[in-house]
Design a protein around this ligand. Structure first.
Ligand SMILES: [Zn+2]
Length: 298
């Protein structure tokens, strides 16, 4: 009897684990330990799809929602760190792409926080992705009501913590980077949450551009990112800044998330990829050099 019950319990456990895995087999969206990054900034995202908790004495801020399937990971992470999801007052996102905002409606329900968005990403969020110039056409996630539109340079103040909004368009129409200053061992450090810099498959920069002015948008975004001082480098995907590898080094003497050089290299190499793709797209449209009558081509 005992062994029968034990076997049944084991079977049920195995079934439970299997169904959990089946619910979330999305690459980059596997559970990852929630942890303190630095000062009042915590990691509550998945193994690549990021979400950050910024705590204040008047409630908290979460940056990025991930997929709908990321929200249980965020929920568990906030609780594991000893905070309450219902204390989250403001929900931000770096880019209105499916993998970062499909869970925003669920995160809004879970926390009761207000959703802030840049002006150009707001219609995408509110349409559940229909208004996305690249991925749109049909609704791919639950529409999100945007409570507040963020302007470039706008300061978000909560409980003595200030985040600055910087529009870094290109990766998405209204791609947004947030910055804040934390004190670490008595020293101020600049934290940058990069919204996104890559050029997704199918995006066109020059001929039949995905949206008018997309190349100028990308360049503006890179100019802003190049102008930021960054000590602590974070972003929409863990792979932007080597999150897993840095997490593994967290117990060392130096906080691995302090990485100004990594930030510079990331921005530089992302901009180089952008310039290379733009040059490639422009190549067929270049007029070949012409030579005056009678002059022989050397
Ligand atoms: Zn994206």
């Amino acid at each position: 009897m005992r062994s029968h019950l034990a076997a049944r319990a084991g079977g049920l456990l195995a079934l439970g684990a299997a169904s959990l895995v089946a619910q979330n087999n999305i690459p980059g969206n596997q559970p990852f330990p929630a942890h303190k990054i630095i000062a009042n900034i915590y990691y509550v995202g998945a193994d690549d799809i990021t979400a950050y908790l910024i705590t204040t004495r008047a409630g908290h801020i979460v940056i990025n929602a991930g997929y709908a399937e990321t929200v249980p990971i965020i929920d568990a992470g906030i609780r594991k760190l000893g905070f309450k999801p219902k204390d989250v007052k403001i929900l931000l996102n770096g880019q209105a792409h499916y993998d970062h905002v499909a869970g925003m409606a669920a995160l809004q329900t879970l926390t009761g926080g207000k959703v802030y968005s840049s002006e150009r990403d707001a219609p995408v969020l509110e349409s559940g992705g229909v208004k996305d110039p690249r991925w749109g056409k049909e609704q791919t996630y639950p529409p999100v009501k945007v409570d507040h539109i963020l302007q470039d340079g706008e300061k978000i103040n909560l409980g003595g913590v200030t985040l600055t909004t910087r529009l870094t368009p290109g990766h998405s129409l209204g791609c947004t980077t947030f910055t804040t200053t934390v004190m670490d061992h008595g020293k101020p450090l600049e934290v940058v949450f990069v919204g996104g810099t890559s050029i997704n498959p199918g995006i066109r920069l020059f001929d039949k551009p995905t949206w008018p002015g997309i190349a100028d948008d990308f360049q503006k975004g890179f100019d802003v990112l190049k102008g930021l001082k960054c000590d602590v480098f974070l972003g929409a995907h863990g792979n932007y800044y080597g999150m897993k590898e840095k997490y593994a080094r967290l117990s060392g003497r130096v906080n691995p998330y302090i990485d100004p050089e990594g930030y510079k290299k990331f921005v530089q190499s992302s901009e180089a990829v952008f310039h290379a793709q733009l040059a490639k797209e422009m190549e067929p449209f270049r007029t070949p050099p012409t030579f005056p009558e009678g002059v022989k081509k050397q």
